[in-house]
Design a protein around this ligand. Structure first.
Ligand code: CU
Ligand code: ZN
Length: 247
């Protein structure tokens, strides 16, 4: 990339990052919501450098090809949308009684607007071997700690001290996402939109864990001693730690 093109890209990226920061009303102390390659605190310094560069360029005409412009626009458009992304790759629980083993894996992708709002969860998992029609409890547990497989992920993520419930209940754990149901090939391919769990803020689920259970989550209604704490969903078949992703 030549000198002129470099300046064009630098100026464009700065402009978009500034726009995003203003759009989402980001506290300038908080750099988390801007996916720029530098911190918000660096902006004033960058602004000065760009002013110097612009002066330096003077009357030089910017002549990027159509392709170069498109190449540079792809990451910038994501920033303009202002989404936060996260991902998780479930794997079988390494600390599970072998009687329960199911070779579950796949991918769970999440996205949420950086300003808040619903959390979109795309779930694709395969390897379920339970009877067709079986439901499997599906939760976010407190810790992203897999030292002892899924056993060390703690209980359902519950920062507000509520009871276990269904995703649509007011009285529910943040981590209560109900059940997933594999098809006749042992595949779960579904989406969820949740208004409680979030990728942003102090109760973000990033760094916590998805857990898939062997049994059905009774949504707090089963009358078992653990219905109001775990949904009586049984052993943990698979889990993964939720991490931020580029998209
Ligand atoms: Cu669970
Ligand atoms: Zn729960």
């Amino acid at each position: 990339m030549d000198y002129t093109a470099s300046i064009f890209v630098l100026v464009s990226m700065f402009a978009v990052c500034t726009a995003v920061t203003e759009d989402v009303g980001v506290n300038t102390e908080n750099t988390e919501r801007c996916n720029c390659p530098w911190s918000v605190q660096d902006f004033s310094q960058l602004q000065e450098e760009i002013a110097l560069l612009k002066a330096d360029v003077g009357a030089i005409k910017v002549s990027l090809s159509e392709e170069e412009i498109q190449d540079n626009e792809i990451p910038l458009i994501e920033n303009v949308e202002g989404f936060v992304y996260a991902t998780c790759k479930p794997m079988p629980n390494s600390h599970l009684d072998s009687d329960y083993f199911q070779p579950i894996t796949g991918i769970i992708n999440m996205k949420q607007n950086a300003t808040g709002g619903p959390l979109y969860i795309d779930i694709y998992m395969y390897g379920f071997r339970s009877a067709f029609g079986s439901l499997h409890g599906f939760h976010i547990h407190t810790y992203g700690d897999l030292k002892e497989g899924c056993q060390s992920t703690g209980g359902h993520f519950n920062p507000f001290g509520k009871d276990h419930g269904a995703p649509g209940d007011d009285n529910r754990h943040v981590g209560d996402l109900g059940n997933v149901q594999p098809d006749h090939q042992g595949v779960v391919n579904t989406g969820m939109i949740d208004n409680v769990a979030s990728l942003i803020g102090e109760n973000s689920v990033i760094g916590r864990a998805f857990v898939i259970h062997s049994g059905e989550d009774d949504l707090g209604l089963g009358g078992f001693p653990d219905s109001r704490t775990t949904g009586h969903a049984g052993p943990r078949l698979a889990c993964c730690v939720i991490g931020r992703s580029e998209q």
